[in-house]
Design a protein around this ligand. Sequence first.
Ligand code: FNR
Length: 359
Amino acid sequence: SAPPWRSGSAERPLQPVNLLELEEAAARVIPAAGFDYIAGGAGDEWTLRENRAAFERRQIVQRVLTGKVVADTATEILGTPIALPTIVAPMGGQAIAHVSAEAGTARGAAAAGTLHTVSTVATLSLEDAARAADGPKWFQIYLTRDDGFNAELLQRARAAGYGAIVLTVDVPIVGNRERDRRNGFVYPPAAAPRNFLDAAGRLRPIERAFQPRLDADSIAFVRRHGGLPVVVKGIATAEDALLALDAGAAAIQVSNHGGRQLDGAPAAFTVLPEVAAAVQGRVPLILDGGIRRGADVFKALASGADVVALGRPVLYGLALGGWQGVQSVFQHLEDELRTVMQLAGAATVADIRRTRLYG
Ligand code: FNR
């Protein structure tokens, strides 16, 4: 039998100087192949790096004579109030990072006053992940080739109290993750996705089971069987945004999967204005990819995003401090955002959206 997977098990608040430094600390806690799976991207990892670099090419305007004082960072997304304009991106297999897995992330997000997205390939079943905390939550679905199973997952998500379905469309095939190939990485048994257990307790085959053919009908299917608002995640062009909108998307998540899929694609932040111009405010926009600082959140909102979603830093916080680590990550980001807002003359999230950037 396989040796036990030694993920993080600490339960403590963190006091990061910034979220970037958490990566190095987490690398000392998460087994190397698991860390590479989390931190890595596709191919040369150019898009992974570009997701960060793109933020550095736009500048925030200093405004210090407006007479404004930061009021709060609260906002809402699809009718759900959140304490800051940052939610948790869906990420599978969270037992790779910490023994509490998605339960820790759910609890940390709820403590921080924000929304958590549970992945199809979560370690915990969607029911257990939902029970872990009473904060707002969405369920992310990857469509498989088995429509019966897809419909079953969607009905389970609705029954478990999820408020929306996030349909991820940028994994018609898994990207070329060279770190994982080098490490021969597969999810360890401890992180096996429980949603895929069959009645006999056996794991159904997963990656080969993903549906590569995705189009407007896929969105219609998820709307019909889920009976919940559908967030289409993995949009990076005006064309796909309009297709999603026509098919009834309730929100669009601009994303390149954190640089894990199409290497050489532009940064998510780079394509955000194009998608915003196409969507014209008809549905809310969520941006993910490379958000590490309050300044990044500010720039994304000033460029057309309604909220942003945070990926890897959440898993690093989880690995280092369990649910309290996750809470600390969001608290830190909120602190940074408040400082930036004050220096840029924005008292509220609505003010940020009206702000112009340089560059
Ligand atoms: C992901 N992502 C992801 N997305 C999704 O829709 N379903 C999933 O199961 C996963 N799983 C997953 C695992 C890990 C380890 C990572 C790092 C990412 C993508 C994720 O939702 C998001 O798009 C990016 O992580 C955002 O980029 P940053 O914040 O990590 O730079």
